[in-house]
Write a protein that binds this ligand. Structure first.
Ligand code: 3HC
Length: 676
């Protein structure tokens, strides 16, 4: 087998170039090739310095994640980086694309680092539930300071080459198109420099209080995760232990984390997210429909949020409302949102006008005639949707994609009502649509392949994680939410309190529990259709105007800053319902709450999977991670069920009288998992 590393010479400079698509991951063959190259440089007296560079779109983007859990092939990455640093001739890292994880660690072991301005550097291991295990936690603080190292390694977000240069992680910026030539020139310049700047040899002093301060500032962000705490503690070693000792402890921490369920879960999601974009039965190179202008019908919260996604991506949007006042209000909210982002430094001030400049507000549906994709975000009623689609059928240009943002309604019924069902699909955005990463792309019975593929490609442009869902009530996410909400209400009737159920969910790692979610979404959803009806605790709350956070009262009471407190009035309402219905009471435990609210979600997931409404179990996990904040360190409901053991889930469901989904039972009996 040919090595992915080629060695070439420019005068007395040895150039080692890696060509291991797609991202130059540091797999065994790459490590072996680099080791051989370093050995060549060590033994060949005619070589004065070495440049390590990569072909293709990026510098090494990290260790090869697919090798994790398999027997290690020599040389290990820590051994390789030590060998690079130990070479007694200068080694220069020539960085473009992304130098991530092990790739950044290779760069740190090099004596000099030169990068193109567009490059990014980072230690994203924390996002895989592990820590930088090839000296990164010890070299980076020595090179760029403890605070920079904490930010980079414990949060995992990469930084630009310019920021890396300010911090000392990059020594020099190259021309965007002259990286190799600039790196070789750099190598010639430093060929005779001695002593070589070795990161491991630097001594570091830092104020020990920064660690505690960093832990405290980020406590909320790190809640539930094991890796950040471990990363902070190994970085702490860089100031109070010699390099070798710190590196050995880093290795121990790495080995511990890589065996953890959390890391398995986070790696599962890394691959699940990428797999989700692959559509069964559709070739990856299918010709896409051009999308140069998007139309959005409805300038309410959803329509406005949806529009912002496209505007932010530079795609012009025509937004339609029925009344001038509603249109003005909607576009005003969008502008305010952009201004808020600018004030927080998330976007540049000039981007507010740039984005809003791409928006064309109108009262005339006919103005959608030049749109390539039209998304309706109107009132959730089949009749209203059909009426809108009927009009679009006449207005939209041939080949325009017609999408509904419905959360529950039957896309096939909508499609069947017009003359071009092949152009219809669901694009289910999650609220707030400009923030939430998830997009359910609902595949109708007649949706054309290129329509689906175009929607998937577009989702990447607007930075969403998209999952294909089949037509069914609530698609993937909301369909699984239903059994959870129903059981949560039953538990209230049987003796639990909203706070108890919410606490169990938050301790599990969810951002909020079922009742906190109801208060945020609106307790009155669905109630307005018949305000005289008081058949449930929810109805009773809605009838009293306890519509949730927006009214300062729902399942909880809220102060002006929307801080919740337990509500004696809600306790009374619950008690009334318990008495009226004569529901037998018992003491509800945390275990019962988990079994009765989360196990039925897994059960529903199995039904969805068996019915082909999700392409794969991992897609369901992606929906729950990105749409509802399921803790990523538990890998989504289906992965979590695998780790709990499917037999345990089945037994729990049976204990509480649920009908077990046949696919779940079958897998449990065979000792199989949802995610292989
Ligand atoms: N190992 C193995 N495969 C990888 C990989 C890695 N480190 N990084 C990416 N890939 C694969 C992806 O799975 C994908 O495969 P597919 O085409 O079969 O789906 C393919 O490469 C392309 O990846 P993306 O679709 O993500 O391509 P993008 O261009 O959107 O993004 C990227 C490129 C920014 C490099 C992104 O892939 C990424 O963030 N990769 C992970 C980086 C990372 O986490 N590195 C740390 C690894 S752990 C480590 O280094 C441990 C060390 O400290 C010891």
């Amino acid at each position: 087998m040919t090595s992915p590393i080629t060695s070439s010479r420019q005068g007395d400079i040895l150039i080692l170039t890696s060509d291991n698509p797609p991202v130059n991951a540091l797999g065994a063959a790459v490590r072996q090739g680099l080791q051989a190259g370093i050995e060549e440089a060590r033994t060949d007296d005619s070589i004065e310095a070495v440049v390590i560079a990569c072909a293709g779109k990026t510098f090494f983007a990290g260790a090869d994640i697919t090798e994790f859990g398999k027997p290690m092939q020599e040389p290990s990455l820590p051994l390789l980086v030590d060998a690079i640093e130990a070479l007694d001739k200068p080694v220069i890292a020539a960085i473009h694309g992304t130098a991530l994880g092990g790739g950044c660690e290779v760069a740190l072991a090099c004596h000099y680092r030169i990068a193109v301005p567009s490059a990014k550097l980072g230690l994203p291991e924390v996002k895989l539930g592990i820590l930088p295990g090839a000296g990164g936690t010890q070299r980076l603080p020595r090179v760029a300071g403890v605070e920079f190292a904490l930010e980079l390694a414990a949060k995992g977000d990469p930084v630009s080459a310019a920021k890396a240069k300010d911090a000392g992680l990059v020594d020099r910026l190259a021309g965007e198109d002259s990286l190799l030539a600039d790196a070789v020139a750099y190598a010639q310049e430093v060929a005779a420099a001695r002593p070589l700047p070795r990161a491991s040899a630097k001594t570091l002093t830092a104020d020990p209080s920064v660690f505690e301060a960093f832990r405290n500032t980020n406590a909320k962000r790190f809640r539930g995760f094991e890796a950040p705490a471990e990363i902070i503690s190994v970085i702490e070693n860089s100031i109070n232990k010699p390099f070798a000792e710190g590196a050995a402890l880093e290795r121990q921490g790495f080995m511990k984390l890589i065996m953890s369920v959390q890391s398995a879960a986070q790696r599962h999601i890394f691959f699940a997210e990428r797999k989700a974009s692959k559509i069964d039965g559709i070739a990856e190179d299918i010709a896409l429909r051009p999308i140069n202008r998007v139309g959005v019908i409805g300038a309410g919260t959803m329509g406005g949020g949806i529009s912002m996604n496209f505007l932010s991506a530079g795609i012009p949007v025509t937004i339609v409302e029925m009344q001038q006042e509603a249109l003005d209000r909607g576009t005003g909210v969008m502008r305010k949102n952009y201004e808020g982002s600018a004030a927080k430094g998330r976007i540049k001030p000039e981007q507010v006008d740039q984005a809003m400049g791409l928006l064309k507000p109108t009262l005339a549906l006919e103005d959608l005639a030049d749109c390539d994709l039209i998304i309706e975000a109107v009132y959730e009623s089949m009749d209203v949707k059909k009426e809108v689609f009927g009009k679009l059928d006449k207005i939209a240009k041939p080949g325009a994609i017609l999408a509904s943002n419905t959360s529950y309604l039957d896309i096939d019924e909508i499609a069947a009502s017009i003359s071009r069902p092949q152009d219809v699909l669901g694009l289910h955005f999650f609220s707030p649509a400009n923030v939430m990463k998830l997009l359910e792309i609902v595949r109708g019975e007649k949706t054309a392949d290129d329509v689906l593929a175009t929607a998937m490609a577009l989702s990447k442009k607007i930075k969403k994680v998209a999952v294909i869902a089949g037509v069914c009530h609530g698609f993937i996410g909301n369909r699984m939410l239903m059994p959870r909400q129903i059981e949560a209400m039953k538990l209230l009737m049987e003796g639990a309190t909203p706070e108890q159920i919410d606490r169990v969910h938050v301790e599990f790692g969810m951002p909020m529990g079922p009742f906190q979610m109801s208060d945020l979404a609106g307790v009155d959803i669905g109630w307005h259709r018949d305000p005289t009806r008081i058949e449930s605790i929810r109805d009773a709350l809605a009838a009293e105007g306890r519509w949730g956070q927006k009214k300062g009262a729902g399942f909880y009471d809220y102060d002006e800053k929307r801080n919740p407190s337990n509500s004696p009035r809600v306790a009374e309402i619950i008690e009334d319902f318990r008495k009226q219905t004569g529901t037998p009471q018992h003491e509800v435990t945390s275990e019962e709450i988990i079994e009765r609210t989360l196990y039925p979600m897994v059960n529903e997931g199995a039904l969805i999977l068996a019915a082909g409404k999700a392409q794969r179990a991992s897609d369901i996990d992606v929906v729950w991670i990105y749409g509802y904040g399921w803790p990523v360190y538990r890998g989504g409901p289906m992965f979590w069920a695998d780790t709990e053991g499917l037999a345990k889930i089945v037994a729990g469901l049976e204990k509480h009288g649920f009908e077990v989904a046949p696919l779940l039972r079958e897998k449990a009996e065979k000792g199989e998992k949802f995610n292989k």
